[in-house]
Design a protein around this ligand. Structure first.
Ligand SMILES: NC(=O)c1ccc[n+]([C@@H]2O[C@H](COP(=O)([O-])OP(=O)(O)OC[C@H]3O[C@@H](n4cnc5c(N)ncnc54)[C@H](O)[C@@H]3O)[C@@H](O)[C@H]2O)c1
Length: 307
């Protein structure tokens, strides 16, 4: 099947492209390489360096005629979204509308969207959080994801363009970019690799739901096979605080370096943990990689970079 992956040179997108190619799909990647890299890209994918906000996106659809679109291209840095909400909205909201307009015009059969469970609910009463909890994002990044979800619903209701929304927890694994703010596992690994003490913001008791990238790819493949128009949380139902996470990473590295505690970040969400019950019953998906083995795989990959 002809499949377009936006953001296919990025962390999650490149793993997804590998899996789609293994499953013998014909994959086209659109990516502006702002955080993604050519090294991540599968050589069997057709690569088009383009911004999803560009008018030329229409030519890609006209020539390639994809049947399914996985939409992962986004600026993913919550702090950048706070510092520059206009720019964030241009990338994540306007870019997504430009993409969906083309999906509509060129009669794409399905869009599978990478949304966020970590940033879309805000601080919730219910942990693990289910999809029916209210969405109260407290960052422009989270608002942009919610807005795109609403546009997807609009294109479905009015034009019959089917979608699946996958709301991920904190995804980690090999190829995650350590340069931004988004991936705490990657940032800590990068520091330990360099022999530098990583800094934990605040007391380290803030929790997240860390889900391994291989499991996230499997959720995307399950969505491709599923005909429902629906929203699914993709997490583990396990809350891990930053202190425990840092201990796991330190152990996996066998590092002597200690972690520092710095200033707590103002407005930082305290808890996040997602229920995957709906994905399990309706998509047949569940996370298979426990955090300790996922962290070991990730640390091994970071280590291999310096060999
Ligand atoms: N990593 C996580 O924990 C996590 C959690 C929830 C949701 N997500 C979502 O999953 C998707 C992939 O995230 P990731 O962690 O792989 O990040 P990433 O930064 O590695 O991937 C994003 C990719 O999109 C590309 N890109 C960014 N803006 C673009 C634009 N305007 N036009 C074309 N390409 C553009 C980048 O170059 C990069 O290759 C994103 O939509 C992100 O919001 C990630």
């Amino acid at each position: 099947m002809k499949i377009l992956v936006t953001g296919g040179a990025g962390f999650i997108g490149s793993h997804l492209v590998d899996a789609l190619i293994n499953n013998e799909h014909d994959v086209v990647v659109v990516d502006n390489l702002s955080t993604g890299t050519k090294e991540n890209l599968n050589a069997k994918a057709k690569f088009i360096k383009l911004d999803i906000t560009a008018d030329q996106l229409a030519e890609v659809f006209a020539v390639e005629k994809p049947k399914v679109v996985f939409h992962l291209a986004a600026q993913i840095d919550v702090r950048k979204s706070v510092a520059n909400p206009v720019w964030d909205a241009e990338q994540n909201i306007i870019g997504s509308i430009n993409l969906l307009e083309n999906c509509r015009k060129y009669e794409v059969q399905k869009v599978i969207f990478s949304s966020t469970g970590g940033a879309i609910y805000g601080e919730t009463e219910k942990i693990p959080t289910t999809e029916s909890e209210p969405t109260e994002p407290i960052s422009p990044y989270g608002i942009g994801k919610l807005a795109t979800e609403k546009y997807l619903n609009y294109y479905w209701q009015v034009f019959g363009l089917p979608f699946t929304i996958l709301r991920y927890g904190n995804v980690y694994g090999p190829r995650q970019n350590s340069k931004g703010e988004a991936g705490v596992v990657a940032i800590f690994c990068d520091k330990l690799q360099a022999g530098v003490s990583p800094t934990i913001n605040g007391d380290g008791k803030q929790t997240r739901d860390y889900v391994y990238v291989g499991d996230v790819v499997k959720a995307n493949l399950a969505a491709l096979e599923n005909d429902q128009v629906a929203i699914f949380n993709i997490g583990t139902g396990v809350e891990t605080d930053v202190n425990k996470l840092s201990a796991l990473i330190k152990d996996a590295f066998g590092a002597e370096v200690e972690f520092n505690h710095g200033q707590a970040k103002t407005g930082e969400q305290q808890r996040s943990c997602l229920s995957f019950a709906k994905a399990k019953s309706e998509l047949g998906w569940e996370p298979l990689v426990a955090i300790d083995s996922g962290i070991k795989n990730t640390v091994n990959w970071f280590r291999s970079l310096s060999l």
